[in-house]
Design a protein around this ligand. Structure first.
Ligand SMILES: Nc1ncnc2c1ncn2[C@@H]1O[C@H](COP(=O)(O)OP(=O)(O)O)[C@@H](O)[C@H]1O
Ligand SMILES: [Mg+2]
Length: 504
């Protein structure tokens, strides 16, 4: 439908001056974006840069925005995902939207199942069609199987297949490869190239810059809610992208994207925590590790590798089936998070929402966090504010207004508030899960400095993440997890993103 009116290589979809805010906080500012017919358009930018929001506007998920959109020269404003779909636009979201209990075939043909004369789903036909279609894409799975039983990578491929079969001519893939193994990525790329040759256009969002450069015709960089630059992939390289992604003056972060990093591991430092054979079937197996004083231990793995669950288990939020833990030489009986806290562990989870009080002012959040200390003196608002002011200043929380509700701060600044309490109540081991996810570069730098500061005070820090850059910028020693097991340790050596990915 669309390619009959727009010749290959001509602008197919044009966004002009798109701005969007959530609850008064700007997510996108004046974004222009052009997708050409039959191109693969790579989209890069740090977490929170505005990639998904822009694509959700195109896919009809966000109907409220300012600016204009033209499809094949016609003005459009989609009111719903269904509306966008009717115009030939499909999106595979960052969060998988498969229905786990349904079969592979039902997922592939969701909403398009063939029916028989009685109007009932024709299962035989459904399985046959799904099998044929999947085979054409080189995806070898039994269409009768429940999709939830497949490995994450295959689930992801099946979801992509569904959008391909829906007849969409513009397909947006939001970080489709984070759950894929290298051979699965190759399979996906072969599919994209084949479908592109038939005239379909793709937007491909990824953090893996090598992948972006390999598969894309055109690359656009986003930073802090703005489109920074667009270029032909053949004219640019990784360094060029990174400069625009994170801006200048962030050398340490930049190094974690491009460079080789020497891990200053401290093999002689005192061990503060050990685990032996920690297992929780289906999530992680046989995890034995050591955390040392004054060292940041990074645990990296793809999404679904088990490191995020491991961190929760270390803090007693997830029960273990077997294995043992020691903190400062004492055997730990972790029944719940209170046990963990008593043993000197602290945990800052990925989603800060659960720990903070969004409607309360910043100063309350800081003082609630450190209440153990001030309540003994007496909680006086003036004293609370004074203490909060000190923290807000030392943590460079922006804006530095302690009376603002916490919820009005950016994610990065909320994270700093969440970290504030550990500056006054030093734990023995601090567990951080995805500590800088979704933050802008400035906030990332700030959190990095706080973590370094905590390390200098001699505590053991564990950083678990699915982002190689996060682990590389923070860690002194790195464990890589794959399918629930530790597969490699990097210590006292030079490591790069490529080496980490190769081990994952
Ligand atoms: N549903 C939402 N509600 C509130 N804020 C949001 C929502 N979706 C995205 N944001 C905010 O918009 C900004 C851009 O986010 P996003 O488009 O998801 O970035 P990216 O996909 O590049 O990581 C971030 O600051 C994020 O916190
Ligand atoms: Mg996103």
């Amino acid at each position: 439908m669309l390619d009959s009116v727009v010749a290959q290589g001509m602008p197919l979809l044009e966004l002009r001056g798109i701005s969007k805010s959530f609850g008064g906080v700007a997510a996108l500012t004046d974004v222009d974006f052009t997708l050409r017919a039959g191109e693969i358009h790579g989209l890069v930018g740090e977490n929170g840069a505005g990639k998904s929001t822009t694509m959700k506007i195109i896919a009809g998920v966000h109907a409220e925005y300012s600016g204009t959109m033209h499809l094949a020269g016609q003005p459009v404003h989609f009111r719903s995902a269904r509306d966008a779909k009717a115009h030939g636009i499909g999106m595979v979201h960052q969060e998988l939207s498969i229905v786990r209990d349904l079969s592979v075939a039902e997922n592939v043909l969701l909403g398009m199942q063939p029916v028989n004369r009685l109007g009932m789903i024709d299962y035989a036909a459904m399985y046959r069609i799904a099998e044929e279609q999947l085979k054409k894409l080189g995806i070898d799975v039994d269409p009768r199987q429940p999709i939830g039983a497949l490995p994450l990578g295959l689930q992801q491929l099946v979801e992509i297949a569904r959008v391909l079969f829906s007849g969409a001519r513009i397909i947006i893939l939001d970080e489709p490869t984070s759950a894929l193994s290298p051979p699965e990525v190759e399979k996906l790329f072969a599919i994209l190239r084949r479908v592109r040759a038939e005239g379909t256009s793709f937007v491909f969002i990824s953090h893996f810059l090598d992948d972006i450069l390999r598969i894309s015709d055109t690359v656009t960089i986003f930073r802090n809610g703005r489109r920074i630059e667009t270029a032909a992939a053949r004219d640019i390289d990784k360094g060029w992208i990174i400069e625009r992604m994170i801006g200048t003056g962030h050398e340490e972060l930049e190094e974690s994207y491009t460079g080789e990093i020497f891990l200053h591991s401290k093999p002689g430092a005192a061990v503060v925590m050990t685990t032996q054979g920690l297992t929780r079937e289906g999530l992680f197996q046989d995890i034995s590790l050591q955390v040392r004083a004054g060292e940041v231990l990074g645990i990296y793995g793809f999404m679904g590798s088990g490191q995020l669950e491991l961190a929760r288990a270390l803090f007693g939020k997830l029960s273990l089936e077997s294995g043992s833990m020691h903190v400062a030489g004492a055997k730990l009986r972790l029944r719940n998070t209170a046990d963990a806290r008593r043993a000197g562990l602290a945990f800052v989870p990925e989603s800060r929402r659960s720990m903070l009080f969004h409607l309360e002012p910043v100063y309350k959040n800081v003082s609630i966090a450190i209440l153990g200390r001030i309540s003994r003196l007496w909680v006086r608002p003036a004293a609370e504010r004074t203490i909060a002011h000190t923290h807000v200043k030392s943590l460079q929380i922006r804006p530095p207004l302690v009376d603002r509700p916490l919820g009005t701060l950016s994610g990065g600044n909320q994270q700093k508030v969440a970290l504030a309490k550990w500056l006054t109540h030093l734990p023995k081991v601090l567990l951080l899960s995805e500590p800088t996810r979704g933050m802008d570069v400035g906030a990332k730098d700030d959190v990095l400095k706080i973590v370094r500061g905590l390390r200098e005070q001699g505590i053991g820090v564990v950083v678990v993440s699915t982002e190689p850059e996060t682990v590389l910028s923070m860690a002194d020693r790195i464990l890589v997890m794959k399918r629930g097991r530790i597969t490699q340790e990097f210590a006292g050596e030079v490591v790069s993103k490529d080496r980490l990915l190769a081990a994952a």
